[in-house]
Design a protein around this ligand. Structure first.
Ligand code: NAP
Length: 312
C-alpha cells in the first residue's frame, strides 16, 4: 500500500480533476482513482462550447487531458483502478479497488453518473452492435447510414446534431411533444436538414440480426405503431449516479445520488465530500462540476488544517 494520502479522489472527471488541482497545489498528497480514462462524461462529448475560456469550443478528450496535465503538474498521482468498497468512518479512510487498497485522511467522491438504459427488448443484445450511448465514440461508424436518437433533453438533441456529420439521416424519437433541451441546441438541430423528429413517440423494441436493422415505435397519443429502419440507436434518456458502491455506507437520495451539504459538499461522514454529478444538483455541466471540485477541495483543506469541523 503506497502510504496514507491526504486526499483520495474517486473519479477523474472535471469535478475530481479540479479538486486534485486545488489540493495538490495546496501541497496535500493527492491521489485520483479512475476506473477507465480521465474526463468521465466530458471525454465522451465531441464539442464543448459552454465551458469558458475556449471561444471556439473544445474537444472533450482534449479538455480532459489538459485538466489532467494541470492536476499532475502540481503532483497529483493517478492510479487506474475501479473502486468496489469503501470504509469511510474514522480518521483513516480505506478504499478498496479491484487492483489494490488505498488509504486517505479525506475522500472526495467524484464518480459522476452513467447513461441510463432505455430498458427495451434488444437493447442489451445489440449494445456495441448498433446500440450506443456515446455518439463521440461510435458516430463515425455510421457514415451514410440512418440512425435514431432516443431522448429529448440536451444530450439527445446535441448529439443528434453531431451525428449528422456522419449519418445520412438522424431521427430523434422523443416521448413528448416538446424538447427539454436548451433553445440554442434545439434551434440548431431543427435547422439541420438531416434531422427529423418523431414527437410523442416511444421505442418499444430494437430489432436486428448481427446488428441493428430497425426499431419498433409507438405514438403515445394515437397508439399507432410502426417499424423504423435504422442501423444505429443512440440512447440519451438521462443518467444514473455511479454510487452503487456507497449503498449502506452513506445516505443516498431516492435517485441514488450521494447527499452532501450544499454549503461545503460535506457528507454525513467527517472528512468525506461529494462533488459533481454523483450528488443531487440542479445543473449538470462541466462548469458546475469544476465548481464542485474547487468547493470540495476547500472543504478538505479546512478539515485537514483542523480549522473547522465539516458542517452537517
Ligand atoms: P436528462 O436531462 O435527464 O433528460 C433525459 C431525457 O430522456 C428527457 O428528454 C426525458 O424525457 C427522456 N427520457 C427519460 N426516460 C425516458 C424513457 N424511458 N423513454 C424515453 N425517453 C426518456 O438527460 P441528459 O440529456 O442526458 O442530460 C443530463 C444532464 O447533463 C442534464 O442536466 C443536462 O442539462 C446536462 N447536459 C448539458 C449539456 C449542455 O449544456 N450542452 C449537454 C449534455 C448534457 P422528458 O423530457 O419527457 O422527461
Amino acid at each position: 500500500m503506497p502510504g496514507v494520502y491526504d486526499v483520495v479522489i474517486i473519479g477523474g472527471g472535471p469535478a475530481g480533476l479540479t479538486a486534485a488541482l486545488y489540493t495538490a497545489r495546496a501541497r496535500f498528497r493527492t491521489l485520483i482513482l479512475e476506473r477507465l480514462a480521465p474526463g468521465g462524461q466530458m471525454a465522451t462529448t465531441e464539442h464543448i462550447e459552454n465551458y469558458p475560456g475556449f471561444p471556439l469550443g473544445m474537444n472533450g478528450v482534449d479538455l480532459s487531458l489538459r485538466m489532467l496535465e494541470q492536476a499532475e503538474r502540481f503532483g497529483t498521482e493517478v492510479i487506474y483502478d475501479e473502486v468496489e468498497r469503501v470504509e469511510l468512518a474514522g480518521p483513516i479512510k480505506v478504499i478498496r479497488g479491484q487492483l489494490g487498497s488505498y488509504e486517505g485522511r479525506t475522500v472526495i467522491l467524484a464518480t459522476g453518473a452513467s447513461p441510463r438504459k432505455l430498458g427495451v427488448v434488444g437493447e442489451d443484445k445489440f449494445t456495441g452492435a448498433g446500440v450506443s450511448y456515446c455518439a463521440t465514440c461510435d458516430g463515425a461508424l455510421y457514415a451514410d447510414k440512418r440512425v435514431v436518437v432516443v431522448g429529448g433533453a440536451d444530450s439527445a438533441v446535441e448529439e443528434a446534431s453531431f451525428l449528422t456529420r456522419f449519418a445520412s439521416q438522424v431521427t430523434i424519437i422523443h416521448r413528448r411533444d416538446q424538447f427539454r433541451a436548451a433553445p440554442i441546441i434545439v434551434e440548431r438541430a431543427l435547422q439541420n436538414p438531416k434531422i427529423q423528429v418523431m414527437y410523442d413517440t416511444v421505442v418499444e423494441a430494437i430489432y436486428g440480426e448481427r446488428s441493428v436493422t430497425s426499431v419498433a415505435v409507438r405514438n403515445v397519443k394515437t397508439n399507432t405503431t410502426e417499424t423504423v429502419a435504422t442501423s444505429g440507436v443512440f440512447i440519451y434518456v438521462g443518467l444514473i449516479p455511479n454510487a452503487g458502491f456507497l449503498a449502506g455506507v452513506l445516505p443516498l437520495d431516492r435517485g441514488g445520488y450521494v447527499l452532501a451539504s450544499e454549503h461545503d459538499l460535506s457528507t454525513q461522514e467527517e472528512g468525506v465530500f461529494a462533488a459533481g454529478d454523483v450528488r443531487p444538483k440542479s445543473l449538470r455541466q462541466v462548469a458546475t462540476a469544476v465548481g464542485d471540485g474547487a468547493l470540495a477541495a476547500a472543504g478538505v483543506e479546512r478539515y485537514l488544517s483542523g480549522v473547522i469541523k465539516t458542517e452537517r
